[in-house]
Design a binder for this molecule. Structure first.
Ligand code: 4MI
Length: 404
């Protein structure tokens, strides 16, 4: 006999972190959304939300869906985290509040005004070089040439990092985002370098290492004012180094891929360059560079006809919510004419991406510079995905750029 509870709780034995799923997660996302508001993932014995309504509700309900037990599969109540927990991502109020306030001030729109002119000029300069190469070589891989090159050119300087060792930023981030998933082959691949990369990242968080005017120094200044403690400052700097590079690289790759495959939308951007920011947010909705995060139930939570028991992990499929036809019209279309606001690609609620203004400024600078010089972007060969347990990423997007 099937009980009501069993009927109300559909199950799936799919592995969201399997390579076939990472290559193309869309079929799983649709199946999980259609299965019901909550699905039990038998393979990891966790609950899954894939519809917009439940993902959004969980994101804004930090009281019932905590982050302090970790936002990956590992439950910090029982398992030791691979590094000291983040004071932002892996904390709840009240511990979360002071670090959040400090970063909001350091990375907010007002603070970024001082970077704007330089970043716009840097983007023009980078695009100039890439366009010149494109005329000579004809095919450009925009992942290394633009999506990686631009954040690596502007962000570490803005933080105030020394020049030495910056090549460690992407591999460190890649591993950190893999570590939110199960300890599969992707985590094993990163394991040999974890000690070395962590040591480098941790060393960059010290006040003496950071140049005087950057985000890092401003975090230390907040500690001097007593807004956070001196013990907290290095961990807040570490959040910038973990969350600030891979995310924007893959966000920029996403918007570049979207334009390479939607020439009509590129023409639209060329005509109305002020759409650059909307285009980036639409790409974040459409591709969801951060695909998933977990929460942990702090009490028995009723969702639909199902009780998610206290202490259990819930996997929120941000990417599936961002294409839920129950919320979005024509969700699979990349469309500069839509209003993508309300997407959960940056999260929602008290943890919503504190660096989103940095990401948008990078995207605006790069897209504006490209739109000024490039008439068309066309795929020029097979694209390759980069698999990561949390990120939807590209390894390679070869394109032909027509200048004009
Ligand atoms: C949403 S991505 C992300 C955010 C914060 C941290 C890492 C990744 C962190 O370490 O605080």
């Amino acid at each position: 006999m099937t009980t009501i509870a069993e009927r109300a709780l559909p199950t799936s034995d799919a592995d969201p972190f399997d390579h076939d799923v990472l290559e193309d997660p869309l079929p799983l996302h649709r199946a999980l959304r259609d299965a019901g508001p909550v699905v039990h993932l038998t393979r990891y014995d966790v609950y899954a939300f894939a519809r917009y309504e439940q993902v959004h509700a969980a994101l804004v309900d930090w009281q019932e869906f905590q982050s302090a037990a970790g936002v990956g599969l590992s439950n910090f109540r029982y398992e030791k985290p691979w590094r000291p927990p983040s004071l932002l991502l892996e904390a709840d109020p009240p511990l979360h509040d002071a670090p959040r306030r400090v970063l909001r001030a350091v990375l907010g729109p007002r603070a970024l005004r001082r970077l704007r002119e330089r970043w716009l000029a840097d983007a023009e300069d980078l695009v100039d070089g890439v366009v010149t190469d494109a005329v000579l070589d004809s095919v450009v891989d925009v992942v290394p040439a633009l999506a990686q090159a631009f954040p690596l050119r502007v962000f570490p300087d803005a933080v105030g990092l020394p020049a030495e060792g910056r090549k460690n930023l992407l591999p460190y981030g890649d591993h950190a985002f893999n570590a939110f998933g199960p300890s599969n082959d992707l985590v094993a691949k990163g394991a040999p370098r974890v000690a070395e990369l962590s040591a480098w990242v941790n060393a960059q968080c010290a006040r003496e290492v950071l140049s005087p005017a950057g985000f890092g120094a401003q975090i230390w200044a907040a500690a001097d004012r007593g807004d956070i403690t001196p013990e907290q400052a290095p961990l807040v700097v570490r959040s910038l180094l973990t969350a600030g590079v891979d995310t924007t690289v893959h966000g920029l790759s996403a918007v570049l891929y979207a334009f390479a495959t939607h020439p009509d939308q590129w023409r639209r951007l060329r005509e109305l360059p002020h759409l650059a920011r909307v285009a980036f947010d639409e790409a974040v909705r459409w591709e969801s560079p951060v695909q998933t995060f977990f929460r942990t139930a702090t009490t028995d939570v009723t969702v639909g006809d199902v009780v998610v028991p206290e202490g259990r992990k819930i996997l929120m499929f941000l990417a599936a919510a961002n294409r839920d036809p129950r919320h979005w019209s024509d969700p699979d279309a990349f469309d500069l004419g839509r209003d993508p606001s309300g997407h959960v690609g940056f999260g929602m609620g008290i943890h919503q991406c504190v660096g989103q203004h940095v990401a948008r400024l990078e995207a605006e600078a790069l897209l504006t510079a490209l739109a000024r010089r490039v008439e068309s972007i066309e795929l020029a060969g097979p694209t390759r995905r980069h698999h990561n347990n949390t990120l939807r990423a590209w390894e390679s997007i070869p394109v032909r750029l027509r200048v004009g």
